[in-house]
Design a binder for this molecule. Structure first.
Ligand SMILES: Cc1ncc(COP(=O)(O)O)c(C=O)c1O
Length: 376
């Protein structure tokens, strides 16, 4: 038999999986600490975890594990649809929102077509496109990591798919509404589809008015992504969803694998969406702690960052004299894991991302930073 490498489809041969935060096990091996001894600031999820009501719902659903889950997550889709005032047929549920990125690229990119996205942004969009064997064009974010709408519209000419992240990972910045709509309308004119990732939008004040979910009728080319991973803290259960025009959703429902979301995840997501109190408490905590952490981080003269729109800080640390890898290693020796952002396309080795966590955890981060940077 030929080497397996020769049997692999072209698009897959050069495929490189994306690097992510939250690699607590790897960090534990590297540092000699136990995973439980590491405080993870590298993944930006709800520091309170999932709510009590969610955990109770999951325990109550244990009896369902011997049966197949509902393949189309119908009950959950109905609850999501009611929540946003759209139809059940406008909602598709995925095994984490990441599944929907791959499904979308796979379903809509024909041979020879290409996708466009900003750089830096979340790496799985690029991986999803590359896995289809098709090409990505990157539009570098402009001054202050803002989308240069003129440059973006020029470079998206001829693209089939446009990927956008609002607020963007890793920059923690919102794309202004007029810029977003301008790009979606430009895409509409050229029959391009827009994949708009709003996974972090629930952490932003005024989420409802900033979301484009209410515009799916106006923009039949728009797919809006959401997740239960971030603010709801169902990170390990893997459940996300997309809201779009029925024609787009129908295609995705047809091509997704059956039983893609397990029964516990479906039950947990329904309970999470209904638990408004947990969301309120989380938002209050993040708001307070973001302000506190921002003030403390600003006291390190060697950190440059903008006011974050999401629940994480994106920091340029070059004035500290350390690289992101260097600072990450020093903090790991203190039991703290941060995200070295140098694997993000378009960034050099001097950017880190740090999540907003509980006050006690944030105090530990600042203490560790003071020790490793020699500040008082
Ligand atoms: C912007 C963005 N979208 C999507 C995801 C993946 O989310 P999920 O856990 O729903 O697959 C991440 C994970 O870090 C992310 O940063």
């Amino acid at each position: 038999m030929k080497p397996v490498e020769c049997l692999v489809r072209d698009g897959v041969r050069g495929f490189r999986p994306c690097v992510h935060g939250a690699e607590v096990l790897g960090a534990a091996l590297e540092s000699g600490l136990l995973p439980g001894e590491i405080l993870d600031f590298s993944s930006s999820v709800n520091p309170l975890g999932s709510s009590r009501r969610v955990l109770d719902a999951v325990v109550g659903a244990f009896g369902q594990v011997a049966a197949y889950p509902d393949s189309n997550s119908t009950g959950l889709r109905q609850v999501i649809a009611e929540h946003y005032g759209v139809g059940c047929g406008n909602v598709v549920v995925g095994n984490g929102s990441t599944e929907l990125m791959y499904l979308f690229a796979d379903a809509f990119l024909k041979r020879g077509e290409w996708a466009v996205m900003p750089a830096p942004t979340f790496g799985e969009y690029e991986s999803a496109v590359c896995k289809t064997g098709e090409r990505v064009e990157f539009v570098r974010l402009g001054e202050g990591f803002k989308v240069d709408v003129g440059a973006f519209k020029r470079q998206m000419r001829g693209a089939k798919l446009v990927f956008l992240c609002n607020p963007n990972n890793p920059t923690s910045m919102l794309i202004p509404q007029n810029v977003l709509r301008d790009i979606v309308e430009e895409a509409l004119v050229q029959d391009a589809l827009v994949f708009l990732d709003e996974d972090f939008l629930e952490f932003v004040d005024d989420e409802q008015s900033l979301s484009l979910i209410g515009s799916i009728d106006k923009y039949p080319n728009l797919f809006v992504l959401r997740s239960f991973t971030k603010i709801f803290g169902l990170t390990g259960l893997r459940v996300g969803y997309g809201i779009a025009n029925r024609d787009i959703v129908d295609v995705l429902l047809k091509v997704k694998i059956p039983w893609n979301v397990n029964c516990l995840a479906q039950v947990a997501a329904v309970a999470a969406l209904r638990d408004e109190e947990h969301l309120r408490i989380t938002r209050e905590l993040i708001k307070e702690e973001k302000a506190w952490l921002g003030g403390e981080l600003a006291r390190f003269g060697s950190f440059s960052f903008c006011e974050p729109d999401a629940n994480f800080f994106f920091i340029d640390i070059r004035k500290s004299g350390l690289t992101a890898a260097g600072l990450k290693a020093k903090l790991l020796s203190e039991g703290i894991l941060i995200r070295d952002c140098s694997s993000f396309r378009g960034l050099d080795e001097f950017y880190v991302r740090v999540a907003v966590k509980t006050h006690e955890e944030n105090v530990r981060l600042i203490g560790a930073l003071k020790r490793v940077l020699g500040a008082v």
